[in-house]
Design a protein around this ligand. Structure first.
Ligand code: BES
Ligand code: MN
Ligand code: ZN
Length: 525
């Protein structure tokens, strides 16, 4: 799909559909011009009341006199950022069945404090999101024409900034869809080997370094916990390390760690059969981390980022781990496996020890870790835990900006007690109360040497029911987090260059830059 920015009058632009914004029963300037060209036909339609005021509601009109496009789509844009995203997505969805080119005259309808470039980026992200189709394992492909081209109509002098914003939005949109594809791919296709092959492809495409460790290497590292999960499966386990060196040589990397259980049967602590197919999504920590790297590579982000993915299946077998087994982790700490279904933390703890070697600026792990997190936060917010408040704040802010939100959960010492074991340094479960918290507490015992955050995406990474499928979350949050970090580093550098480069100044500049977050999201003057 081609997405471009163009300075043109919405009434004269030839397309299959032109979309116009309606807010409080009124058009913005871009839409008013079209209404005028149509002799007031459009405002008369709005007066009839067919268009619901709820953001994302649409009405499609054909052959409107005085308008060059074949159809006019009226879209309620609401007032908030979420409203605008809903509206953009709805416009793309509505246009999908018509096919051809969709032109959107929505940039002057951006919510308060946001400009045309912001709107252009959101439209690009929405265009990818709303046009996503899963087809890999279907014998018949969808034959509908589909959207060929999206043109974001902008005002005078806005074209250049909008084009840059569209490039950033497309990199993100493409990454989100890449992540959805990984998640939706059936578990007999999406194996640890498949994830490793995908990482290698990304490395080749974007000039990154990649290393894939095999079982023998992993055993040699002393990852007794990770191996204990993988050993009941006939699929070979992998530890994937993917490096994007976009920053300065001496700059510490941000490390993303993703849980890559390509199928979670529960192991000997077998899960009930109903809905077990959904445990193919148990690799979406890995999927979202690998997808984020895709976007980072596409956007050539000026930052050092490393993705580390421990990946294997969790299966029952004669040689699988048993409840009561005690294993030794790479850190030297021992773990009593009381439930083989609490396997995510068992593979993550070793990966989290492994990443110490990178002397990370920060480590963020992403995992479909607990059903308890779904109970706590539903499918709306990702659970966020951190041993560093400033890092938690960065991630919360990134989630807000990207419309992919997290909620800060506690990591208090009192919760640690439930992990006591009589036969090892700790147990791998803490009982039902606060299950998402105690899982995070378990991980915190392996992350003492660096700034760390943990995202429990069990509720947000996919949907069940009729719209069953991967959501691509938290790729938008992670991407925004990394973009803000890159902007902060750039800000600190230019501050250091200026006149007297006092260390304090550089630091506060970094803070300011971090606040400016999305480069394309500057406030209106
Ligand atoms: N992959 C699951 C967590 C999960 C459950 C994700 C439901 C999405 C939806 C994880 O490995 C798991 O099984 N966790 C157990 C932990 C328990 C045994 C302490 C859980 O949540 O029940
Ligand atoms: Mn499990
Ligand atoms: Zn799991």
């Amino acid at each position: 799909m081609e997405i471009i920015a163009k300075q043109a009058n919405a009434d004269k632009h030839k397309a299959a559909i032109v979309a116009l914004a309606v807010r409080d029963g009124k058009f913005t300037a871009q839409g008013s011009a079209v209404d005028k060209a149509a002799g007031g036909h459009l405002s008369a339609v709005v007066k009839l009341g067919d268009l619901d005021a709820k953001a994302g509601s649409t009405v499609l009109l054909h052959k409107v006199p005085g308008v060059a496009a074949e159809r006019v789509l009226l879209v309620s844009v609401g007032t908030s950022e979420k409203d605008f995203r809903d509206a953009a997505r709805a416009a793309v969805k509505a246009a999908g069945s018509a096919g051809g080119e969709l032109a959107l005259a929505l940039t002057d309808a951006a919510p308060k404090g946001r400009d045309a470039a912001w709107a252009a980026e959101e439209i690009a992200v929405a265009a990818f999101d709303a046009s996503y189709k899963y087809e890999t394992t279907k014998s018949k492909k969808d034959e509908k024409p589909g959207l060929k081209k999206v043109t974001v109509l902008v005002g005078k002098d806005e074209e250049k900034a909008a084009a840059a914003a569209i490039a950033a939005g497309s990199a993100l949109g493409e990454a989100v869809n890449f992540g959805k594809d990984l998640g939706n791919l059936p578990p007999n296709f999406c194996t640890p080997s498949h994830l490793a092959a995908q990482a290698k492809d990304i490395a080749k495409k974007f000039g990154m370094k990649v290393e894939v460790l095999e079982r023998a290497d992993i055993e040699k590292l002393g990852m007794g916990s990770f191996v204990s999960v993988a050993k009941g499966s006939t699929e070979p386990m992998k530890l994937i390390v993917l490096k994007h060196e976009g920053g300065a040589k001496d700059e510490k990397p941000v490390v993303l760690v993703g849980k890559g259980i390509t199928f979670d049967s529960g192991g000997i602590s077998l899960k009930p059969g109903e809905g077990m197919d959904e445990m193919k999504y148990d690799m979406m920590g890995a999927g979202s981390v690998i997808a984020t790297m895709h976007g980072v590579g596409r956007a050539k982000l000026p930052l050092n980022v490393i993705a580390v993915v421990p990946t294997c299946e969790n299966m029952p077998a004669g040689n699988a781990s048993k409840p009561g087994d005690v294993v030794t982790t790479m850190s030297g700490q021992t773990v009593e496996i009381l439930n083989t279904d609490a396997e995510g933390r068992l593979i993550l703890c070793d990966a989290l020890t492994y990443v110490e070697r990178f002397d990370p600026a920060a480590v963020v792990d992403v995992a479909t870790l607990t059903g308890a997190c779904v109970i706590a936060l539903g499918h709306i917010a990702t659970g966020l835990y951190s041993n560093k408040d400033a890092l938690a704040k960065e991630l919360l802010a990134a989630g807000e900006t990207a419309g992919d939100r997290a909620w800060h959960m506690p990591l208090w010492d009192e919760y640690q007690e439930s992990l006591k074991s009589n036969f090892a340094d700790m147990a791998n479960i803490g009982g039902r109360p606060g299950g998402s918290v105690t899982a995070a507490c378990f991980l915190s015992r392996y992350t003492k040497k660096y700034d760390w955050a943990h995202l429990d995406i069990a509720g947000t990474a996919w949907r069940s029911g009729a719209a069953k499928g991967a959501t691509g979350r938290p790729v938008p949050m992670l991407t925004q987090f990394l973009r803000a970090r890159a902007a902060a580093v750039a800000g600190a550098k230019s501050a250091a260059k200026a006149a007297k480069p006092a260390k304090v100044e550089a630091k506060s500049a970094a803070k300011v830059a971090a606040k400016a977050a999305k480069p394309a999201a500057k406030k209106k003057a």
